[in-house]
Structures are given as structure tokens and as C-alpha cells.
Ligand binder design. Sequence first.
Ligand code: AMP
Ligand code: GLY
Length: 422
Amino acid sequence: MVVGSGGREHALAWKLLQSDTVTRVICVPGNGGTASLPGCENLPMSGEDFAGIRRYALVNGIALVIIGPEVPLAMGLTDYLQAEKIPVFGPTQAGAQIESSKSWAKALIQSAGIPTAQAASFTDLESAQAYVQQQGAPIVIKADGLAAGKGVTVAMTVDQALAAIAAAFQGQFGEAGQRVLIEEYLEGQEISVLALTDGKTIRPLLPAQDHKRIGEADTGPNTGGMGAYAPVPLATPALMQRIQQEILEPTLQALQTAGIDYRGVLYAGLIVTPTGDPKVIEFNCRFGDPETQVVLPLLETPLITLLLACVEQRLKQQPAIAWKQQVAACVVMSAAGYPGDYSKGAEIFGIDLAEAKGAMVFHAGTRLKQYHLITDGGRVLAVTASGADFAQALDQVYVAIKSIDFAGCYYRRDIGHRVRSN
Ligand code: AMP
Ligand code: GLY
């Protein structure tokens, strides 16, 4: 069973069904893509309906529940299902704090001596404003809680920072913004390292780079992610080794020290500074979206083997994770207005044509309505291709995208700009 309804969950279901031992995947609630994936079935129930999920899993003998999004993890779905001895991939509520509270995560990171941006946390407007005045810009303002990837403002001026603080305390992010973390601005390239852990051993998947800003040339507000590619040439084997030793292993150790048995994905959002040092800007408690859509197509080892090894604490005994000698890229097609207000319900055309051109179209926010596929979210589709190099993969994506249309469709034309010329 895969809990969630985004592109990440479509990619997880698609990849799971490629494992010989997986014949059936239930998505809760899934989307238009999982509804039409052979072997996959949608269960029309909220991913936050704990009792419903438990009942279905017990009655149908679900072998493994994989929780995609952060919200049910932060609400304690893992703890709830574990109490019924249902195998779950995804951390407990205590472990999910690494994402659900930025100040909790920051304290953990600092206590373990892991390289990160300096930060201070505030619960009142006046002290937060005073701190910004004293620190100056550029500076980064973060809502403490979950805000669907939109709770961060990278302020280039003090005025922008003050406005972001005011908006947070005025309730722009609800409860999530009643505490803010104010962080030193780090310059450098970002990489996402999604690592699998069984609570004792931690192993990275291929590094990916996400494009968080809505606008081309990385401008405009942050989104959940507008495109991605993997692997990242900047993340050389030597850098990955440092990330393992300086970041992943100490974080796992700090979680253990905190008494947390963490089995799932630890997603490290890193900045590689101009001097080549990796620093943590955030942790997430789950697979990234859209990073998953570019990492999983490259995975050779059956996904189910790795997930079960995490749940059953056998990761150390697993052979090295095997990868295809290819690269992958994806471009997100979103609804006009996203990450602000957007409308739903536009009919989507041309996915078959795009797939006939060799792309994989992962659905992010779609729904089947009387056999018509319609938009049902801000991020609508993640059009993905793999190839021998980035130029090939990206060309294939952009050719395929031309076949797809829905009213108000928007996408960035510069995904992969850092690797295209390589
Ligand atoms: P987060 O939700 O913490 O990943 O932040 C969203 C985005 O804001 C990141 O992907 C970065 O692009 C940017 N960001 C977050 N923290 C910092 C920082 N300390 N310095 C520079 N950029 C940051
Ligand atoms: N792509 C960013 C995230 O999944 O948080």
C-alpha cells in the first residue's frame, strides 16, 4: 500500500510493480495516474484516515505500507499501524519531527555538530524583527512547521525579511508560522540526498537536484519543486563520501541518541558552499517530490527489496544498491497561479502521445472524472525521461511536453540548465 496522491507516489507504485515479487499496489487515495497503472488500484480514502487504513491493511493482508507525504508521518500514522504489527516504511511521529519542526531539527543538527547555517528561533514578532535588523540581509525566514514547501523566504533585503516575519505571525502558514526560524543565508548549489535507513545503517540513493523556484533562472517564490535531475555531477564520489560521514551517519546517530528508531527515508537538503563543503539546509522525513521521479527510474535493485530491508533492519546485509548507467530528468507541469491560488478541473490532453515519444508521465495532481483526466492540484504532471546524458534526457522531456495540454498549463523551460552544457 502506498499512502499519498502525488507524483512521488505514482513513481513509487510504478517502480514497486517492476519488482518480481510485487503483483498488486493499493494507492490511498492515489491519483489519475495510479488509477490507470496496471496492477495498481486506488482506494478512495484520505491518507489521514488512520482507522480506515488500518482496517483495510488488516482485512487485506497488506504486506507493507509505504507512507509518501510528510503530513500523515507527522500525525503518527507509522506509530498507529505499528501498534497493529502492520509493517510500515516511514518514520514514527518522533522521527518525523526532523521535518515537522525546523527548530527541533536544527537543535538535533547542532547537537550532533553537523555543518549547517547558523539560526535562531522566535515565537514573537518583535524579537524576530529585532534579530533581522541586527543580522541584516540576505537572510532566510522559515515557518517552523509544515507548509507544503512554501514556508521559506530567502530575503535579499531587510524589508523582505520583515514582511515575511509579519506574514508568518499574521497566520499566513497557520500554526506552522507561529514559530519562525531565522537562518544565515548560505550561498551555493543545492543537492537533495535521499538516504534509506533501517535505524542502524544509512545508505544514500543517487543525488538529485530540484528546482524549487517557480520562475525560470531560479526566480520567484519557492514551490514544492518544478523539475529535477539525477545524478548530480557536482556530487562526486568524494563529496558523497563526505556527506555520508559528516552528515548522514552523525544524523542517524543523533536520532538514535534521542531514542528514535527511524526506518524510512532521511532526505538531506544540502547546499554545497563555494568552498565545496556540504551543509544541511533542511531534513525531510520522506522521499522528495519530484526527486523520486528521477531517482527511481535509475534504480536497478528492486525497490521492494530495499524497503523491506529497512523495515526489517537488514540494510547492512544488502549488497550495494545497483544503478543504471544513465541519467534522468523531469519537468513539472503546473496549473496557472501555483504556488499561489490556482483552479482545478481542467481536462488534460495528450499524455498518451507524450508517452509514445518515450517519456514517462508521472501524475502529481490529477483525477479521473467520468473517464476524463482532469487537473486536481497545483503541480499536475511530472514529465520524465532517462538517457545517456542530460541533453538527451531533457530533449526527450521537452519534446514530449509539447504533446500535452491543459488550460492554464505552465512549466519551466530551463530545467537542468546547470548540467545541459556539460
Ligand atoms: P527548505 O524548505 O528549508 O528546503 O527551504 C526551501 C528553499 O529555500 C531551499 O531549497 C533553498 O533554496 C532555500 N534555503 C533554505 N535555507 C536556506 C539558507 N540557509 N540559505 C540559502 N537558501 C536557503
Ligand atoms: N522537492 C522538495 C521536497 O520534496 O521537499
